[in-house]
Write a protein that binds this ligand. Structure first.
Ligand code: PMP
Length: 379
């Protein structure tokens, strides 16, 4: 009896200590660490039941669209801000400006986080950016600089415009402000935050048991960071790149050459990819893609037609209203499941919601019949 009482007392004491430490941790955080940025990461992972049922595999999606500004880019934006603060290159509530060149989610993540953490977001973007993304950026009050869509080698291209903007402020002795260029495509903090957070989260949520990871590549940060972490845990995990039509990464991964179709035609927009899918596919190699390239086992090319049909299929059969890159990943997941056979566990990323793609991708996807089947999607 005495032993029982002593054990109970020890258990109780340990609980109290744990509670105290947890509370201390929470209260010792400065107030701004508990704002909207504290909601970033630790996103849920769900099973896509219709795809599992039809393929005999288990197909899961990591819901990056549940981050507060609606995409995986929240992780990257927060990491770039925090790292620059630690390096002394940014100081909150000091009129510091963060420049980024982006046509998509990264700008929205920076706009939200800059408001929350005491900075100004200056976003250079192509002037054909979709109205819903533009509206979001305007609602968040970001400084917007629309530029004519152009190839990356053009000095006026949006990435170069952002770099130039930051340099101009920093080189002007009469401008008291301080600026940084976030540079998501080439910045090491991008893939590293996925290596440090997204990868470990997937590993934990899958209880260390998965066979395949599938994702597209925009900057390449997500696929590089996640694949590097997962392969370090289990080298048998296969990593597959889901690539939209018109992107050169497919050939780069499968055949070791980057065949730049559009460049051959000599058009001004030669580095852009001709697809309805937004956020992924590229005809140039970025630093972030190169950091994980060796971990990619195979690339699967997905047509716009397949992506549109899959998006509608998931919406009707699972209630999952997703963006175009998530749909591409799911097409590649079904193809992989059918090739590998039943029993395999496959994880894809659902980067953002269909609400970000209403005026372009979903305008086409909504027209597809509710009766669409997987046979109609996979040839
Ligand atoms: N999906 C969407 C909708 C995106 O905006 C992006 C980023 N451009 C990606 C996927 C790919 O992410 P990453 O840049 O990490 O390759």
């Amino acid at each position: 009896k005495t032993t029982g009482t002593v054990i109970s007392a020890i258990v109780l004491l340990r609980e109290l200590v744990r509670l105290y430490q947890g509370q201390k941790e929470l209260t010792s955080l400065p107030p701004r660490s508990r704002g909207v940025e504290s909601l970033i990461g630790n996103t849920p992972l769900i099973e896509i039941k219709s795809l599992s049922k039809l393929t005999g595999c288990k197909i899961y999606a990591k819901l990056e669209l549940m981050n507060p500004a609606g995409s995986a880019k929240d992780r990257v934006a927060l990491s770039i801000i925090k790292s620059n603060e630690q390096l002394g290159k940014l100081k909150p509530f000091n009129n510091d400006i963060i420049f980024e060149g982006t046509s998509g989610s990264t700008g929205i993540s920076f706009a939200m986080l800059c408001n929350a953490l005491g900075y100004t977001a200056h976003i250079c973007l192509p002037d054909d950016t979709s109205p819903e993304k533009l509206q979001l950026l305007k609602s968040l009050g970001a400084e917007l600089e629309p530029v004519k869509p152009a190839s990356i080698v053009d000095p006026n291209q949006y990435t170069n415009a952002a770099r130039n903007g930051a340099n101009k402020i920093n080189n002007d002795p009469n401008d008291p402000r301080n600026a940084i260029f976030a540079d998501q495509f080439e910045n090491d903090f991008n893939w590293k935050i996925h290596y440090q957070t997204t990868g470990p989260e997937i590993w934990k949520q899958m209880d260390g048991d998965l066979d395949v990871f599938i994702n597209g590549s925009g900057t390449g940060g997500t696929i590089s960071g996640v694949s590097r972490f997962l392969k370090e845990q289990d080298s048998n995990i296969k990593v597959i790149l889901a690539d939209p039509q018109g992107s050169g990464l497919f050939n780069r991964v499968n055949y070791g050459v980057m065949y730049d179709h559009v460049e051959k035609e000599g058009t001004r927009r030669r580095h852009q990819v001709d697809t309805l899918v937004e956020g992924i596919g590229l005809n140039r190699l970025t630093w972030n893609f190169k950091q994980g390239e060796n971990n990619i086992d195979l690339a699967i090319r997905v047509s716009d037609d397949q992506a549109l049909k899959m998006a509608k299929y998931l919406s009707i059969n699972d209630g999952l209203f997703w963006g175009s890159s998530a749909a591409i990943n799911c097409v590649a997941a079904v193809k992989t499941a059918l090739k590998l056979g039943p029993g395999n566990k496959i994880v894809v990323i659902a980067c953002d919601s269909g609400a970000r793609h209403l005026s372009k991708f979903w305008k086409e996807a909504e027209k597809i019949s509710n009766d669409i089947t997987l046979d109609d999607i996979i040839d």
